[in-house]
Design a protein around this ligand. Structure first.
Ligand SMILES: NC(=O)c1ccc[n+]([C@@H]2O[C@H](COP(=O)([O-])OP(=O)(O)OC[C@H]3O[C@@H](n4cnc5c(N)ncnc54)[C@H](OP(=O)(O)O)[C@@H]3O)[C@@H](O)[C@H]2O)c1
Length: 207
């Protein structure tokens, strides 16, 4: 599958490594432009390339967003229309400044900026070093990556990608329910297997 990644830092570069390793074709971008990503591309190998944000958004059948939350309004609305877009971003006021969410979750706010995408909140709950090292493609007691979204088919696509790289997807519900995946939640940045994830969600009043 063609996967675009916007943001090439801790989480974007880690995801690029993992997706490329299991045979997906990856295009990755940052704010400084493709030239600055030469080293990363060389390190990962032939099935990754660097591009501009617009090129990467066009390339991806699935596009992972891994930039600071405060920059979400720079995401290219038209190029991303119709795509499965994965929101891996988290809002931290001390880093991102004060943002008025009203009653919305962070992904619901992103969905307001990207009204025509099939948005899935995922890859936001795990520390990047755990993501880099804890995947176990194949059988095993996998750690969980949570998914939330209003488009069931899109969640299915993202869930299969999660399985490809050796983690277990667990559905937390709608994009609104994805609030359970935000910083401060008991399921945020707490490595757990499926059974532990299900009891934690049950305690939160979920699935
Ligand atoms: N770190 C984690 O373990 C972790 C885990 C889960 C989720 N997250 C979330 O994922 C997001 C990224 O975190 P990170 O730790 O990977 O950050 P990071 O290491 O600081 O990397 C941020 C990346 O985003 C790029 N970027 C910034 N503004 C951009 C824009 N407007 N357009 C395109 N690219 C842009 C940066 O490019 P330049 O370097 O060229 O500016 C850089 O490649 C955050 O929202 C974070 O909360 C992080």
């Amino acid at each position: 599958m063609n996967i675009g990644i916007i943001g090439a830092g801790n989480i974007g570069a880690t995801a690029a490594h993992l997706f490329a390793k299991v045979g997906h074709d990856v295009a990755i971008s940052n704010s400084r432009g493709p030239e600055s990503l030469r080293g990363l591309v060389r390190e990962i190998g032939p099935n990754v390339k660097a591009g501009t944000v617009e090129e990467v958004a066009t390339f991806g059948e699935v596009v992972l967003i891994a930039i600071p939350f405060k920059d979400y309004k720079t995401l290219p609305v038209a190029r991303l229309a119709g795509k499965v877009v994965v929101d891996a971003m988290n809002y931290y006021p001390q880093r991102d400044g004060q943002i008025d969410f009203g009653s919305l979750t962070s992904s619901e706010l992103v969905a307001r900026h990207l009204p025509h995408v099939r948005l899935v909140k995922a890859f936001n709950t795990m520390y990047y070093e755990t993501l880099a090292t804890a995947g176990r493609p194949g059988l095993g007691d996998h750690l969980v990556l949570f998914v939330a979204g209003d488009d069931e088919e899109a969640k299915g696509v993202v869930s299969r990608l999660i399985e490809d790289i050796g983690f277990a997807p667990v559905d937390t519900g709608s994009l609104r329910d994805g609030g359970k995946q935000q910083p401060g939640s008991p399921i945020y940045n707490e490595p757990m297997n499926t059974e532990q994830a299900r009891s934690a969600l049950f305690a939160l009043g979920g699935a």
